[in-house]
Design a protein. Sequence first.
Length: 326
Amino acid sequence: MNRRELLGLLAFAGGLGISRRACGCFWRRRRRYKIGCREIEPFQVCDPLPSQVLAPGDTGQEVAKLHAYLSQFGYLPNVGLQRAYGYTPAISECPRSLETYDEVTRKAVVAFQSFYRLPGEGTVNERTLQLIRTPRCGVPDKVFPSQPTRYVVSGYKWPFNNPAWWAETWQLPSGSGVQKLAWQAIGNAVGEWAGYSNIKPQKYMGDLPQSSPIYLCWRAGGPHSGKFRPCPTPFENAVLAHAAYPDGSDRAGEIHFNTAFHWATDGSAEAADVESVALHELGHALGLAHTAHNEAVMYAYISLGTIKRKCAADDIDGIRQIYGGG
């Protein structure tokens, strides 16, 4: 096990809140390393992703990666998610071992498959693995005991219908023209949501852009800064972007795009589409959560080169449920 993999697993243990005694001695450069879970940053960086099919009874680092992934996106306990989003995990128990696929793991995989309407009874089959390895939004899934068949709302909304927005694009390559084109793409995404509801975000016109309620920017992977303080949810290699709900906190409405990906506005096959991802993240910033409908903008996963710039019926119904319109 190399140092990078170790750090991911250690942080995973911290996110689960596993006790020092339960963790035991895992690894140390000089023979042993006692995991001090309370001292570890609670968000784990899931890098790399699981790369093979898995089933109950399997053991090893691939299982540990699976556990890290499930806790990153709302299916296993994670102290970091509770602090950043106030989330209750789909499964309240912790796996007994980081590297063992046990009954708790199976239940979490069942919850994931149920949310995304995948076949399987708690085994990571080819369909499930393919989805896990697809780029996605970093906002965790909002999972219910009885999953809604339509859109999912976060429970948060702006108390006014014209929140200001601003985008910071200087982190994008300067020679390709994508900085200017990204601004236009984000404006198009704002207009798409505004066209279907009574929420009408307006471009910020003040002197302090970071005071804008909805603030979009590109940030480097791993730990990164937000508007006023470090972002509590670092990127990992599968996360294109993430956003904060309009929950009244000092993070409300923040949207961060991951500079580890290539970004484009022309539908390039190996790039993330600015307008498509912005449209999705703006949905979170306005109060929508992830949906299971893969044709909808608010579906968590989107492959590189895919363009999804128009709201589906599921998205429209959801935004109108929050703000009205029609």
